[in-house]
Design a protein around this ligand. Structure first.
Ligand SMILES: C[S@@+](CC[C@H](N)C(=O)[O-])C[C@H]1O[C@@H](n2cnc3c(N)ncnc32)[C@H](O)[C@@H]1O
Length: 420
């Protein structure tokens, strides 16, 4: 299974069996018999670090997938990643905006529409119309200050308004600029001013295109970067954030505590259920569902030994990932109302965890649940965000951000499905 199992297992065995050039195993070499010893392989053979195993898997599989691009993506995965600073609209951010702009950082979300060519704006405006009429149907009298702000900003840049939620502000340094952001600071009320994250992680949230009063489900939410971004839109009617891991859900609570005022925090329902059961628990309930699944976390896998999915004892878990991803995506689809939308995302380059999961889910939805799914075109994201991210141009379904030395974000795969 590409980037997941079999080949790596064999490679590991081969590496474990490795001997000197043409010679016998260590310990059995030539020399006086009294100095020879027989190695106990099981106890003493050095373990291959998971990061090396991961890199070997990726070399085998991604060189076929990405061809000439792989050496550059590989080098980028092994270099320091770039961050974005997601501004916390709940804290006093005005001076932070000024500070970041003085450092030459820009809000890549608000910059994007300015760069969109005219034809692109037309397509986005169409999408805008769809979202707007629906939100008008549903929105009541009382709009929050944040919703009002959304409208004002939207009126200023009509072509892309709901396509790109203008309330989300994420600052990045220009291509090739590897300046680091200072750590986040608390404001007078103790709320942190920004959240540092891989800026590409915002793309699935932007693709979700939350509209005023939408019921939103974040099915695999911890530690909570995307939940926080969803809250920054300020327009969710209801937000449910779930993650099966209790310890990671605690981290989600901590993030909410550090960034979100109590009154807003209390409107988020945080649960620790197995997301695979969600469809049965609350089927057809949500307008928007984010399914940000566990994956091989490619960047982490080549850089960190700790908690590495390529550890030998996690081989089975790794091999089962596409199945788990498919089950979670199916649960997400079932939790969505007819007409609603699901965004599926991973931080892996693997087509087995990306496009294949989408294809299989569309097929199962149709054959087993009689649900017809439309895979939405997100190619305008490539145009909108080309200055900030490097996109893979040959993705069959959805979009994939490739790490690049001058824009070292991602990998991030995202694909949007509409339940018909
Ligand atoms: C890629 S991480 C999510 C990151 C998160 N969306 C964010 O932006 O911070 C995947 C998450 O899926 C969770 N997970 C794994 N299996 C799950 C399941 N069966 N149901 C729900 N969550 C699951 C993991 O605990 C992990 O926190």
């Amino acid at each position: 299974m590409a980037a997941l199992g079999g080949a790596g297992g064999r490679a590991a065995a081969a590496l474990l069996r490795r001997r000197g050039p043409g010679g016998p195993p260590a310990g059995l070499g030539a020399g006086p018999r009294r100095y020879r010893y027989k190695e106990k392989w099981a106890a003493t053979a050095p373990r291959i670090p998971p990061t090396r195993l991961a890199l070997h898997h990726f070399d085998v599989n991604y060189s076929l997938q990405l061809k000439d691009l792989w050496p550059s993506v590989r080098a980028s995965l092994l270099c320091e990643q770039k961050y974005g600073a997601l501004l916390n609209n709940f804290s006093a951010v005005h001076h932070v905006t000024q500070e970041l702009e003085l450092l030459n950082a820009t809000n890549f979300v608000s910059e994007a529409p300015k760069k969109a060519p005219r034809s692109q704006r037309g397509a986005a405006a169409e999408e805008a119309g769809r979202g707007e009429s629906r939100s008008q149907e549903r929105s009541g009298e009382g709009r929050t200050a944040m919703q009002a702000e959304t409208m004002t900003q939207a009126e200023m840049s009509p072509p892309l308004r709901p396509s790109i939620s203008s309330n989300i502000k994420c600052y990045t340094f220009p291509r090739g600029d590897i300046t680091r952001f200072r750590p986040a600071r608390p404001d007078a009320l103790g709320l942190l001013d920004y959240y540092l994250m891989d800026a590409a992680s915002l793309l699935p949230v932007l693709a979700l295109n939350v509209q005023p009063d939408d019921f939103v489900l974040d099915l695999c939410a911890a530690p909570g970067g995307k939940t926080l971004a969803l809250l920054q839109t300020g327009i969710c009617g209801h937000l449910a954030a779930n993650d099966v891991s209790i310890s990671r859900t605690k981290r989600l609570h901590q993030i909410l505590h550090s960034y979100v005022p109590k009154v807003i925090r209390e409107t988020v329902s945080v649960t620790s259920c197995d997301g695979r059961d969600w469809g049965q628990l609350q089927g057809s309930t949500f307008h928007k569902v984010l399914v940000d699944v566990p994956c091989t976390t490619d960047r982490h896998s080549v850089m960190e030994e700790e908690n590495n999915i390529f550890h030998k004892r996690r081989t089975k878990e790794r091999q089962m990932l596409p199945m788990l991803q498919l089950q979670l995506l199916m649960a997400g689809i079932l939790a969505t109302k007819p007409g609603g939308e699901v965004v599926y995302s991973t931080c892996s380059l693997s087509p087995l965890q990306n496009e294949y999961v989408i294809e299989r889910a569309v097929e199962i939805a149709e054959t087993e649940f009689n649900i017809s799914i439309h895979v939405e075109d997100l190619s305008h994201f490539r145009t909108l965000f080309q200055d900030t991210f490097s996109f893979f141009l040959d993705c069959r379904l959805g979009e994939l951000v490739l790490p690049h030395l001058t824009a070292n974000f991602g990998p991030m795969y995202f694909c949007k499905l509409r339940r018909m």
